[in-house]
Design a protein around this ligand. Structure first.
Ligand SMILES: Nc1nc2c(c(=O)[nH]1)N[C@H]1C(S)=C(S)[C@@H](COP(=O)(O)O)O[C@H]1N2
Ligand SMILES: [Mo]
Length: 302
């Protein structure tokens, strides 16, 4: 399948697997200098600050309230989740509604690597090397009807394996939504892996949404239902607090959360010398996605 979005170079393109997995450690020694010279200036330039977070950081500092509200709860509690068999019900305004098994969802699709910035609304960020497929390719399988304008998503609710759903911190199932053009955008992926391995349960196994220009809560995990709708669907954080969490939730340094600034962010794992960095408009994906919002007042549609 032809790629419709030209991915920037990735570390994996130029470094052997070991260096890719352990680049941070390598960078501190002579071997790191060798890896850098292989990488060359073109890579340094195109990838800039996109140094991926470590596997450890990505898989132990999580938000997945179905497993508890602490950052370490998902890593501790999600191991028991059964992710095979898995299916996604695709319904609503589609030509071929039904229960699609994980294998049917993935059949014929190439899993690509995408190194994306990831920005939580709580003002921390990471860089994550996802493996996944474009959401539009999954939606095409179901045949989106011309009357569809939005896509709604739901996460599994399985109290026996999800200790967090016993508490009413959110109205389960966790729900999210996108406008159809956002869902069809080539940057929008369904991720099934991280660092070339199966995505861990705490990160949303076996399949989760990743929308890199929006705050992290839009990227709903462990999806069991996708519904094409005519009207804007209800979403969990908007239902919980509409003033703080809008439907669009595009990363925007100029629109603050009512209780804190969004102008800067802290990259997880920066260590001793970590400085806060400026939040980028649309999380750095302005060139790719700004036109989706032409003519919209982003302070109103936050
Ligand atoms: N089902 C579900 N999806 C979810 C969440 C959640 O609590 N439940 N948390 C969201 C939030 S707030 C963030 S920041 C990201 C975190 O993704 P990560 O743990 O893979 O970094 O997942 C999002 N998706
Ligand atoms: Mo978040």
């Amino acid at each position: 399948m032809a790629k419709r979005w030209n991915n920037t170079l990735t570390w994996k393109d130029v470094t052997p697997e070991a260096a890719y997995m352990n680049r941070r450690q390598l960078m501190t020694g002579a071997a790191g200098l060798a890896a850098m010279s292989i990488a060359g200036p073109a890579l340094a330039q195109s990838n800039g600050e996109l140094e991926p977070n470590t596997w450890e950081e990505i898989t132990t500092y999580n938000n997945f309230y179905e497993f508890g509200t602490g950052k370490d709860d998902p890593a501790r509690n999600a191991g028991q989740l059964t992710t095979d068999p898995w299916s996604i019900k695709i319904d609503g305004l589609v030509d071929r509604p039904g229960d699609y098994s994980f294998a049917q969802i993935m059949e014929g699709l190439d899993v690509e690597e995408r190194i994306y910035r990831f920005r939580c609304v709580e003002a921390w960020s990471m860089v994550i090397p996802w493996n996944g497929v474009e959401l539009q390719d999954i939606l095409d399988k179901a045949g989106v009807q011309s009357s569809a304008k939005y896509v709604a998503f739901e996460t599994l609710v399985r109290p026996s394996e999800m200790p967090g759903v016993a508490r009413n911190v959110l109205d389960w199932p966790y729900r999210e939504g996108l406008r159809l053009d956002e869902a069809m955008h080539p940057l929008t992926i369904m991720a099934t892996g991280i660092y070339g391995r199966d995505i861990p349960n705490q990160n949303g196994a076996p399949i989760r949404l990743v929308v890199p220009w929006k705050y992290g809560f839009k990227s709903i995990k462990s999806i069991v239902r996708i519904t094409l709708t005519e009207d804007e669907p209800p979403t969990s954080w908007n239902m919980a607090n509409a003033r703080e969490y809008g439907f669009y939730s595009n990363v925007n340094p100029n629109v603050n959360h009512p209780r804190w600034s969004q102008a800067t962010e802290r990259k997880i794992g920066g260590g001793l010398f970590a400085k806060r960095q400026d939040t980028l408009m649309f999380n750095g994906y302005e060139t790719e996605v700004a036109s989706l919002y032409d003519g919209m007042d982003l302070t109103k549609f936050y």
